[in-house]
Design a protein around this ligand. Structure first.
Ligand code: URA
Length: 449
């Protein structure tokens, strides 16, 4: 063990590189040193890579989560009536579930304090999506957060300067140093935010597949267990739902594009006559929202909860909650509605099917990384994301295509960026002769409430 009085960052990096286990003090030293600026980016980057390669024990993950929580303040939501339940996804492509789920859960009687993240690696971020809404602010103090939750049943915020600053800093560094895909780092990142935001119980969407950070089901299961274990140690009830992330969820990938698709899923016919929400997106969203109702103690079974969620969408209550939230957080829901179908980046290209057959694959990772190139996410921490760029899939896996049919439309800010994205996205599609074997979207559910 490195003596706590003489800790040197370089020794701790070497210790982790060589497979050693950190003490709680060592982890506190690294986290606090990074937040107060005494340990530079390059050393923490090296340490993060060592963690990625050597892993961490459950005890180390718990210490890291605790040190991250203690790096800032936590929200006191005790004045709210509750039940306070949140959901968090481990990250996917086209994953706009939070935008639909939060108003549905609120319409069903939950209060949802949602603290979300930005785009990470090849996956999009809820905050970046929300900030594509003109005027919408995700920056709030605790009083503002509580007021919005009281007014609309849910509020969407990001980490402020004082809430889990360690995650804000580490998250941005991991995003650009290829150190996202680590079970302990993902666990501590998610659990520290979720603990600090004050939710009483948590539902996790643990993604699995090529578009997820955990590509194999075994790794996704390990992540689910790690979240449950850390949740237990922090006194939170946790549900984990493992869902497939092989093709992008729904039809849209992009910041504003995903807001638009979420609005259509909530409002349906009222916004676009004859609109049919994507089946995969709705299946995952309804299942996770239903689990939230169970976790909050306002439904006794997931099936009963699911039909209540459908009712809340069908009778317009969920969409009304969404509109109210947009107003409460500074946006203009009428303006947002007027943009549906019209707000797109200036350059567009259609990718057509090179042959007829059945669409057997749309590789979510390829679409996600091409999306980063377009500006949906970031290549460097200082990059700005772009609101109106992205990909609109015309077809989903399993559908028949004729030669020349549109597979997707790519929207970019410049001709060059759009052409580059088209070149990669074209490789994401596979067309075969037979319908592909489909595995269930919801793979496994585990309740530790
Ligand atoms: N979501 C998070 O909040 N953090 C991660 O590390 C991955 C997904």
């Amino acid at each position: 063990m490195v003596s706590s009085t003489h800790m040197r960052t370089v020794d701790l990096i070497a210790k982790k590189r060589d497979g050693g286990a950190h003490t709680r003090r060592e982890i506190e030293y690294l986290v606090n040193g990074y937040v107060d600026g005494s340990i530079p980016d390059y050393q923490i980057s090296a340490w993060l890579m060592a963690v990625c390669l050597s892993g961490m024990s459950a005890a180390e993950t718990g210490s890291l989560t605790r040190a991250m929580i203690d790096s800032g303040s936590t929200m006191d939501l005790s004045g709210l009536a509750g039940p306070l339940v949140d959901k968090h996804s481990t990250g996917g492509v086209g994953d706009k579930v939070s935008l639909i789920l939060a108003p549905v859960a609120a319409a069903c009687g939950l209060q949802v304090p949602m603290m979300s993240g930005r785009a990470l690696g090849h996956t999009g971020g809820t905050l970046d999506k929300l900030e594509s809404i003109h005027g919408y602010s995700t920056k709030m103090d605790v009083a503002g957060f509580c007021r919005v939750i009281d007014e609309c049943g849910y509020a969407m915020t990001g980490q402020s300067e004082d809430i889990v600053p360690a995650d804000r800093l580490l998250y941005a560094l991991r995003d650009v140093t290829a150190t996202v895909e680590s079970i302990p780092l993902i666990t501590a990142s998610i659990m520290s935010k979720k603990f600090a935001e004050g939710a009483e119980s948590l539902v996790f969407d643990v993604k699995t597949g090529c578009g997820a950070f955990m590509k194999s089901l075994d790794d996704s299961r390990t992540l689910a267990e790690s979240l449950v274990e850390t949740g237990r140690s922090l006194g939170r009830g946790v549900v984990t739902v493992i869902t497939r992330m092989d093709e992008p969820l729904g039809h849209m990938v992009g910041n504003y594009l995903e807001v638009e698709e979420s609005m259509l899923c909530l409002a349906g016919d009222a916004l676009r006559p004859g609109y049919a929400p994507p089946a995969d997106l709705m299946e995952v969203t309804l299942r996770l929202t239903a689990w939230m109702l169970v976790a909050g103690g306002i439904a006794s079974s997931v099936d009963e909860a699911e039909s209540r969620c459908r009712e809340a969408i069908g009778d317009g209550r969920a969409y009304e909650c969404f509109r109210r939230n947009v107003s409460s957080q500074g946006g203009d829901p009428d303006r947002l509605e007027s943009e549906v179908g019209a707000r797109r980046a200036p350059c567009s290209r259609v990718i057509s099917a090179p042959r007829g057959g059945v669409l057997t694959e749309i590789d979510a990772y390829t679409v996600g990384t091409a999306g980063v190139g377009l500006g949906v996410g970031r290549n460097r921490t200082e990059d700005e994301v772009l609101a109106n760029v992205g990909v609109e899939l015309a077809r989903k896996v399993g559908t028949a295509v004729g030669r020349g049919d549109t597979l997707c439309t790519v929207y970019g800010e410049t001709e060059t960026a759009t052409d580059q994205a088209v070149e990669s996205i074209a490789r994401a599609f596979r067309i075969g002769d037979d319908a592909p074997q489909r595995s269930p979207l919801v793979v496994e559910e585990r309740s530790a409430l």
